[in-house]
Design a protein around this ligand. Structure first.
Ligand code: GUN
Length: 293
């Protein structure tokens, strides 16, 4: 194996220690940051993510509240809860775990969250601010985590060709916006490829930084990676290992193949995953700061 492993767990721990310090200062000023986590339904993966988010809050000193609504909840029922949380001064941040069940209008729910409590950075206002280059305030958790992985592993995107695979609102689009930022730690030339792109390999082969966020296990093979590239794997896919018959986690990148070609690579698990939560904790602390009177 050629590539250096970028240890997301260690880097996330570093960031969480910084966030805990921020929370300590806020708490001393009388503002204990509070995060409300809303889960609708019984999706097993979402249940794990939400549990990890609640645990992370406790670890950095953020107060958390968990709301678990039944799978058959209507959009109006979710909106009623959001209205209550918007009005509660002890709640600084609100997160609705995505995706909710299909009968819930997620776009409507996201729009209902007070933009000053939008710790996912999903609202029109916060996405707009991101696109016009705002450096402060809420950052999209996973893309921000990727930028911190690059920065703290000594891989400056400046002047590099970054290729993002995937165009979701949660990862692909905000990821491209952050890499493109005219700012220290960014300044990349950015290409976004997606399911409508013929010959994705043509672009990925030219990527100095390759970010895979498409949700397809082992999509990126070794021959799609430019020798010496930095490969960031955002994918978290559950697959059954044919050797053991057991479920395991697998990224969007064929790790064994890509690690032979890349100069640095993130593992799954232990790469981007812990960084998403670190980003969320940071945003919750920022929310507390915003509501400091
Ligand atoms: N589902 C997958 N990633 C995320 C995230 O970052 N935030 C929320 N709310 N739901 C998600």
């Amino acid at each position: 194996m050629l590539a250096k492993i970028i240890d997301g767990k260690a880097i996330a721990a570093e960031i969480n220690a910084e966030t805990a310090e921020m929370v300590k200062v806020l708490t001393a000023k009388g503002k204990l940051p509070g995060l409300a986590v809303v889960l609708v339904g019984e999706d097993p993966a979402s249940q794990v993510y939400v549990k990890n988010k609640i645990k992370a809050c406790a670890a950095v000193g953020i107060r958390s509240e968990m709301y678990h609504l039944p799978a058959e909840s209507s959009t109006e029922e979710v909106l009623a809860l959001i209205a209550k949380l918007n009005a509660d001064p002890a709640v600084d941040g609100i997160l609705v775990q995505s995706p909710p069940p299909p009968q819930v209008d997620e776009a409507k729910v996201i729009l209902a969250i007070d933009p000053d409590k939008d710790v996912d950075c999903f609202s029109e206002r916060n996405v707009g601010r991101l696109l016009i280059g705002q450096q402060k305030g809420f950052m999209p958790c996973t893309p921000w985590g990727v930028m911190e992985l690059l920065r703290r592993s000594g891989n400056d995107p400046k002047g590099k060709h970054a290729v993002v695979i995937g165009r979701s609102n949660i990862v692909g689009k905000p990821m491209a916006a952050l890499l493109l930022q005219k700012a220290a730690g960014a300044n990349a030339t950015v290409t976004v490829v997606h399911s409508g792109t013929p010959d994705i390999r043509r672009f990925t082969r030219d990527a100095d930084i390759l970010v895979a966020a498409i949700g397809k296990p082992n999509f990126v093979s070794g021959d799609m990676v430019k020798p010496g590239a930095v490969v960031i794997d955002v994918g978290i896919n559950r697959v059954v290992d044919p050797a053991t018959g057991k479920g395991r986690l697998c990224g969007d990148v064929n790790f064994a193949e890509a690690a032979e070609v890349a100069s640095a690579i993130t593992p799954v698990p232990g790469g981007v995953g812990p960084m998403t939560i670190a980003g969320l904790m940071r945003n919750a602390a920022v929310a507390g700061e915003m509501h400091l009177k």
